[in-house]
Design a binder for this molecule. Structure first.
Ligand SMILES: Cc1ncc(COP(=O)(O)O)c(C=O)c1O
Length: 395
C-alpha cells in the first residue's frame, strides 16, 4: 500500500546523523564497556516522592480519562509558574498540557503553519526539529547560528531567511550547544518576529538548567505574548522523561484550537501523571536545583579539565546538560573525531554534524554519567585530541 509523503518524508531523505549513537548502543548490547555521553537523559531516575504522588493518585482512582486540556490543577500550577517567571498574566486558558515537550512542538507548529508554509528553525538544532516541521506539512528552513557568535542567532540572519516564513523555532537553554540566549539576542529575535509577523515557538524545556546568567522567556518581552507559543516539559527539570508530561503556553485563542487538536490526537495526558507533576512543581525551585546540580557540578569539572590545553575548545556553556566542544584543531570532522574516539577509547559522543551545518567540526558531550567516569572520559578525549592535533602539525 502507498504511504503518505508526509509520513515517509519526515526525515527529508537525509541521514539523521545518529549512526554513531546506534553503533555505540550496539557495542553496549554486545557487552562492550562504552562510556555513553550521547544522550540527554539524567543518570538518576524520577524521585520516589514523585512516584509516590503518582501512585497515590492512580490508587485514588485517577486512572480514567483526564480532561483533554489538562487537569485544572496542573494548568493552574503551570500558569502560576509561568506568570511568576515572566511577569505576564497567565491563566489556565493559556495552558494546554501535552504528552511531553515533543508533542507540544508538533502541536505548536500545527497551530502556526499551514501545509506548504515555511517554518524557520535555528541550526545547530535538536534532532527532531526539521521532522516535526515536515510532520505538519510545512517546509523547514534553517537559520545558521555561527560558532564564531557563540551560537547566538543574529537577528539579521533570521531576517535574511524570513521571506515567506510564518514561524521561528528557538531553544534556550540550547540543546545541543549549551548556550543560553542573552537579552540582546532575544530582543533582536522579538524585533524580527514583530517586523515579519512570525509566530515565535520558544522551546524552554531546559529552563531550570542555567549555569550562568538567567533564563529569559520571550513571552516576557513587550508585545510578544500574543505571538509566542512556549513549549515546556517535566522531562528535564524533574527527571520525568518517561512520564511524558509537558505543555504549551500561548494566547487563549491558539490554546482553544490546540485543545481541539488534542481531542483528535492525544486525547490528553494520564491524570495520575498530571497529579505527580503538580506534586513535583509544588516542591519549587529547591527540587529543580537538586535535579540540575549534577550537571552544574560536571560543567565546572569540565571547565577545569579543559583549561590549560588547546586541542579542544569549549563553546560558551551557560545551561542545559551538554557541552559543545570545538575539535577543529585536530583536523577531523566531528563525525570522524567521534567515530575514532569510539573505536579507540570506547567513548561515545555525538558528532556536531548530527545537529546541522553550524556545529560541523564539533562534538556534543552529554554530562549524563557519574562524576568519576565523566572526568575520566573527558581527560581521555582531550588527550586523544592533542595526539590528533600534534600528528596534524607534524610534531
Ligand atoms: C531541545 C529539546 N526540546 C524538546 C525535547 C523533548 O522533550 P520531552 O518530549 O521529553 O519533553 C528535548 C528532548 O531531549 C529537547 O532536547
Amino acid at each position: 500500500m502507498r504511504l503518505s509523503r508526509r509520513i515517509t518524508g519526515l526525515t527529508g531523505g537525509e541521514s539523521d546523523g545518529w549512526d554513531l549513537f546506534l553503533r555505540a548502543r550496539q557495542m553496549i548490547a554486545e557487552g562492550i564497556a562504552v562510556t555513553e555521553l550521547t544522550i540527554g537523559e539524567h543518570d538518576t531516575r524520577t524521585r520516589s516522592s514523585i512516584l509516590d504522588a503518582m501512585d497515590r493518585s492512580a490508587r485514588g482512582g485517577h486512572t480514567g480519562y483526564a480532561m483533554v486540556p489538562g487537569t485544572a490543577l496542573l494548568r493552574d500550577t503551570v500558569a502560576a509558574r509561568v506568570q511568576e517567571r515572566t511577569g505576564q498574566r497567565t491563566t489556565r486558558d493559556n495552558v494546554l498540557i501535552t504528552p511531553g515537550g515533543q508533542a507540544a512542538l508538533f502541536a505548536a507548529h500545527s497551530a502556526a503553519c499551514d501545509p506548504g508554509d515555511t517554518a524557520l528553525f535555528v541550526d545547530p538544532y535538536y534532532a527532531t526539529y526539521p521532522g516535526t516541521i515536515r510532520g505538519v506539512g510545512a517546509l523547514p528552513r534553517a537559520v545558521i547560528a555561527r560558532a564564531e557568535d557563540g551560537f547566538q542567532p543574529r537577528a539579521e540572519a533570521i531576517g535574511t531567511e524570513a521571506d515567506g516564513a510564518v514561524s521561528l523555532l528557538i531553544n534556550t537553554p540550547n540543546n545541543p550547544t549549551g548556550v543560553v540566549y542573552g537579552r540582546e539576542t532575544l530582543e533582536g529575535i522579538a524585533r524580527v518576529c514583530q517586523d515579519r509577523d512570525l509566530w515565535l515557538i520558544s522551546d524552554e524545556v531546559y529552563d531550570t538548567q542555567i549555569w550562568e546568567g538567567a533564563h529569559l522567556s520571550p513571552r516576557a518581552l513587550p508585545g510578544m505574548a500574543h505571538r509566542t507559543l512556549v513549549v515546556g516539559s517535566m522531562s528535564k527539570s524533574h527527571a520525568m522523561t518517561g512520564s511524558r508530561c509537558g505543555w504549551i503556553v500561548g494566547p487563549e485563542e491558539a490554546i482553544s484550537h490546540l485543545i481541539t487538536l488534542a481531542t483528535h490526537t492525544t486525547y490528553g495526558v494520564p491524570g495520575f501523571v498530571q497529579d505527580a507533576a503538580v506534586f513535583a512543581l509544588g516542591e519549587g525551585r529547591d527540587l529543580e536545583e537538586e535535579i540540575a546540580a549534577p550537571f552544574r557540578r560536571r560543567r565546572e569539572m569540565a571547565r577545569h579539565i579543559l583549561a590549560g590545553q588547546n586541542a579542544v575548545r569549549l563553546s560558551p556553556t551557560q545551561g542545559a546538560m551538554y557541552l559543545m566542544l570545538d575539535v577543529r584543531a585536530t583536523g577531523l570532522s566531528g563525525e570522524a573525531f567521534a567515530a575514532a574516539l569510539l573505536e579507540t577509547h570506547l567513548i561515545a559522543v555525538m558528532p556536531g554534524e548530527s545537529f546541522g551545518k553550524a556545529a560541523a567540526g564539533h562534538v556534543r558531550v552529554a554530562m549524563t554519567v557519574a562524576d568519576d567516569a565523566f572526568a575520566k572520559a573527558l581527560k581521555t578525549l582531550c588527550h586523544f585530541a592533542a595526539q590528533q592535533a600534534s600528528s596534524l602539525s607534524g610534531d
